[in-house]
Design a protein around this ligand. Structure first.
Ligand SMILES: Nc1ncnc2c1ncn2[C@@H]1O[C@H](COP(=O)(O)OP(=O)(O)O)[C@@H](O)[C@H]1O
Ligand SMILES: [Mg+2]
Ligand SMILES: [Zn+2]
Length: 552
């Protein structure tokens, strides 16, 4: 016995056997019941979702000898339609019979009454492929269709049809069939075929087919042969060059461990197995989406693509996962423009590694008193974007160049200088990239610009002295009105608040000399709490407001 492809063998023989498309089935059944038959139908939708099947079912229902609307599959008419030999049901594939002659031929016969049944049914597949002349000939017929003729036009590309056609047909839009509906169908078929299977393996195939039943069944056919009547996950992965969930988990773990060498080994393995990088990317996105859901909800019922145990192994923070998702969505968009996605994919993985590194930069925890050992306060925490997101810049207004000056003495400056240390300065420099990100925030950018054109000369844990050759910068930094926002910017960089003051270059030189002299004399002040008042008191701000009002 010759082998028949599953999708042919299991073409639905009744409306009830159709998977999904429930609204279409219901509407057609109702129309048949009420005998409201249109002259022309358009079945539009993705391939392998049941358009041709539905067209044949409708043809059977119109002509069944065991009752109008039935599909008995036993009468002469039904059997002939199932076998493709019915004299009144004519299927034309516009993709191959495109010529005007074919349509003329068809039209010339249209006036003859049906031979066997009640209706002549013309099923024109891929109707958008017809030549313009053929189209126009068809259009004439659609304008004045003979009685007892039903046209069923099918297309995967309805937007290519002329409005003159669209306006003359009753249109039905076929959806992709849901994975659940397909799964049910496939399991049914495999039981009938005596094929063993792992349900996850079927799900994997179904997800590859993206809502197409025919594609699913074709792949199942291949899997039956490849896996010798037992469809397992590993056979499906091998056959379709898929990455397993374990592979993808390994990839994410390598990112977590910043193990670039391992990433390369994994990637080489994928490429040599012919893995589809685009698909791998979309799989990773699904996995990260689930991971994010799990991190937020801790509810394992809400995740499908990744196991709970695996979620526990991945220690990324939600912000990092968000960052990864951004990178991969970006990558997906870039895929459209390249032939070989491998190097783009590689770059994106490296980006993900560096994103997770950024999240782990050490920062100094704010401490109130300088007498505490600062090293004890060092801990791993979030900086960068994370902090930017946590700092509220919403109260920010335009930068002010006139207002209340922060007052500080030489003693205050020396106190900061004795507490200055390289470690703090390095930390600030490491997080300079935060400034570039803040540069684009409205109203914040101007403050950032001031800092970028000044030099953070002296950096202690709780205070930073900026030096600038521009008096305008010095002035802006030293205004109480601007202190809140400068402080917030530093919070974004360092994770805690600091006092910010500025010196002109000359003043700075003067203080450096003073510091040196005192140092030689061992007369530097002992470090003590920095008590520079940077707060704008309510009265001051209201007096200022009053002054502004009066000056208007
Ligand atoms: N909705 C569906 N329900 C059940 N089987 C389907 C469905 N859609 C497609 N199939 C299967 O795929 C095969 C091809 O379907 P077909 O109706 O020719 O798709 P289309 O015309 O939309 O490309 C059918 O023989 C059947 O086995
Ligand atoms: Mg078809
Ligand atoms: Zn019948």
């Amino acid at each position: 016995m010759s082998y028949r492809a599953l999708y042919r063998k299991y073409r639905p023989l009744t409306f009830e056997e159709v998977a999904g498309q429930t609204q279409i089935v219901q509407t057609l059944k109702n129309a048949l019941k009420e005998n409201k038959i249109a002259h022309a139908y358009l079945f539009a939708g993705p391939r392998g979702t049941g358009k041709t099947t539905m067209a044949r079912l409708l043809a059977k229902a119109l002509n069944c000898q065991n009752g109008f609307g039935h599909q008995c599959n036993k009468c002469e008419s039904c059997i002939a339609i199932n076998e493709g030999t019915h004299p009144d049901v004519i299927e034309i594939d516009a993709a191959s019979n495109r010529g005007i002659d074919d349509i003329r031929d068809l039209i010339s016969k249209i006036k003859y009454s049906p031979v066997l049944g009640k209706y002549k049914v013309y099923i024109i597949d891929e109707v958008h492929m017809m030549t313009t002349e053929a189209f126009n000939a068809l259009l004439k017929t659609l304008e004045e269709p003979p009685a007892n003729v039903v046209f069923i036009l099918a297309t995967t590309e309805p937007y290519k049809l002329m409005p003159t056609i669209l306006s003359r047909v009753q249109r039905y839009d076929f959806d992709k069939v849901s994975d659940e509906n397909i799964l049910e169908k496939v399991k049914d078929i495999l039981v009938k075929e005596n094929v063993a299977f792992e349900e996850d393996a079927l799900k994997e195939i179904i997800s590859l087919a993206d809502g197409g039943v025919r594609d699913t069944l074709s792949m199942v056919d291949q899997a039956i042969v490849y896996s010798d009547m037992n469809i397992t996950m590993s056979s499906v992965e091998e056959l379709f060059a898929l990455t397993s969930k374990d592979d993808k988990l390994k990839l994410l773990l390598a990112i977590q461990n910043e193990d670039v060498a391992k990433l390369n080994v994994l990637l080489d393995g994928f490429v040599s197995r012919g893995v589809d990088i685009r698909r791998l990317t979309s799989d990773l996105l699904l996995m990260l989406k689930d991971l994010l859901i799990y991190k937020i909800t801790k509810n394992a019922d809400l995740i499908h693509y990744i196991r709970k145990e695996d979620c526990e192994k991945l220690l990324f923070k939600t912000k990092e996962i968000n960052g990864f998702i951004d990178v991969l969505i970006n990558l997906t968009n870039q895929f459209k423009t390249v032939n070989n996605p491998r190097s783009l994919f590689e770059i994106s993985l490296l980006k993900m590694v560096s994103l997770s590194q950024q999240e782990q930069v050490e920062i100094v925890k704010p401490i109130v008193s300088v007498n505490k050992e600062p090293t004890k306060a060092v801990e791993t925490s979030n900086t960068g974007l994370n902090i930017i997101n946590n700092v509220d810049f919403s109260s920010t207004k335009e930068i002010v160049d006139d207002g209340h000056k922060i007052e500080f003495t030489n003693e205050d400056i020396l106190n900061i200088m004795v507490q200055a240390n390289k470690e703090h300065k390095n930390k600030l420099n490491q997080n300079k990239s935060v400034l570039d990100r803040l540069l684009t925030i409205p109203n914040v950018g101007k403050y950032v610009q001031v800092l970028k054109s000044s030099d953070a000369a002296i950096v202690s844990l709780n205070a930073i002295i900026y030096v600038s050759r521009f008096s305008d910068n010095v002035n802006k930094i030293n205004l109480k009105e601007n202190q809140i926002i400068f402080s917030k910017i530093h919070q974004a960089m360092l994770g805690h608040q600091v006092t910010i003051i500025a010196l002109s270059f000359d003043k700075y030189q003067e203080m450096i000399n003073k510091f040196k002299n005192l140092s030689q004399l061992s007369k530097l002040p002992a470090p003590h709490k920095i008590e520079i008042d940077t707060k704008l008191v309510q009265e001051e701000s209201s007096t200022q407001k009053l002054a502004e009002e009066l000056l208007k």
